[in-house]
Design a protein around this ligand. Structure first.
Ligand SMILES: [Zn+2]
Length: 396
């Protein structure tokens, strides 16, 4: 999830978040509507009415973006694909799915329903504007007509055949169905997304230079975003190629060295850190469940005179939801999460309400190197105290 996103609520079991950058989008669209897009020569409307119409229409546009994302999420849930959340931000909406679609048919349905929703909202709004244009004021009909056409444009843009756009997912589903090879389909769709992103950047650049239009800069921004996201998709596919079906338990460090939250920094440094070669430690509560992570850098920020009064728990960084995994999860999925979130440096493996291991970036590099050599990814143990649970309870 983007940093700085606030929860808006829950619809059909899906949590919806808004990023602060959405305020900029709302303001920009509302002001463009009030001062440029809505017909300016209509008499009988005050500036306040123009701005009110602009703000309401811009808000409705954001609602239609949320509807597009919600459609993806609801169909995903129906196909058994868990949905983490929907985030609305500067460039639109994002549905964050926790799993991959199980088959090409589900992949296609989840992808296509978003643009179909935008088309439906678009044509319904255009029809409404056409139907009432002789009855209602022209400012009102112009606003609804704008909302309709922008949703149709949005649907068409999203259908461009490059991942991570919806059209790229459609392309992936079709290639996946044809070849039976999901990874190859994913790689092709992501390559197409990179080309598309570059194309948008070039068209935007030409528009900005030749017409001096701000819309060109907007296209360049969209193209850059698409290219970056397509690169992440390519990385995801290459992780799958490298790690195959390896499970988390094959690569995790078992019995990790932990930092009890209620220990003081001084005690932890003396009892654990001094005899350990680790840089990162999962922080556990009284039950041995991980709830944070502390690094040597975090510890070094505590001044020596405060070490005996500062608890490890108070300086720990909280673990976000994607930082938890089960031992039988796919290692490639965990690897992609770590790549996608630069701030995420440790994944806690929790099974039956206890910490069974951790996966760090080093573990992932190690796993990739081993599979490249044709070796099995093998479990490693750090064998350093303190451990959780204590060794006598481990039954090994
Ligand atoms: Zn979509």
């Amino acid at each position: 999830m983007l940093r700085g996103a606030v929860p808006l609520g829950r619809i059909a079991g899906v949590r919806i978040y808004a990023h602060w950058s959405l305020v900029a989008t709302l303001g920009l669209i509302a002001s463009l509507l009030a001062t440029a897009i809505l017909p300016q020569e209509v008499s009988g409307y005050s500036t306040v009415e123009y701005w009110l119409t602009g703000i309401v229409t811009a808000t409705l546009f954001l609602v239609s973006l949320a509807a597009h994302e919600l459609a993806h999420s609801i169909v995903a849930l129906r196909h058994g694909v868990a949905v983490e959340r929907i985030t609305l931000w500067l460039l639109g909406g994002m549905s964050e799915l926790s799993d991959e679609p199980p088959d090409p048919r589900a992949d296609l349905r989840i992808a296509i329903v978003g643009p179909l929703t935008s088309f439906a909202i678009g044509f319904a709004s255009l029809g409404l504007a056409y139907g009432i244009h002789s009855v209602a004021g022209s400012l009102f009909t112009a606003a609804i007509a704008w909302l309709g056409s922008v949703n149709v444009i949005l649907a068409i843009f999203n259908l461009l055949p490059g991942a991570p756009l919806d059209g790229g997912r459609v392309l992936r589903a079709i290639l996946w169905r044809r070849s039976g090879d999901r990874l190859r389909a994913m790689t092709s769709a992501a390559r197409s997304g990179r080309v598309l992103g570059m194309g948008l950047i070039l068209i935007g650049l030409a528009e900005a230079l030749m017409l001096g239009s701000l819309g060109g800069l907007w296209l360049m921004l969209l193209g850059w975003f698409l290219r970056t996201a397509a690169n992440v998709e390519l990385m995801n596919a290459s992780m799958r190629h490298k790690l195959g079906d390896a499970k988390v338990e094959e690569a995790m460090t078992t019995s990790p060295v932990v930092a009890p939250a209620d220990w003081t920094v001084e005690h932890f440094l003396r009892a654990t850190v001094s005899g350990s070669h680790h840089r990162l430690f999962p922080v556990v509560d009284g039950q041995g469940l991980p709830n944070g992570v502390v690094s040597l850098a975090d510890l070094s920020r505590v001044p020596p005179e405060s070490r005996s009064t500062t608890s490890v728990g108070s300086i720990a960084r909280a673990l976000p939801a994607p930082a938890y995994a089960h031992r039988d999860d796919l290692l490639a999925t965990v690897a992609t999460k770590v790549i996608l979130r630069p701030g995420l440096d440790l994944v806690a493996v929790v099974d039956d309400s206890r910490l069974t291991g951790i996966v760090t970036a080093t573990d992932l590099v190690h796993a990739c190197d081993r599979t490249a050599l044709g070796l099995y990814v093998r479990r490693r143990s750090s064998n350093l105290s303190p451990q959780w649970p204590p060794p006598e309870e481990q039954g090994q």
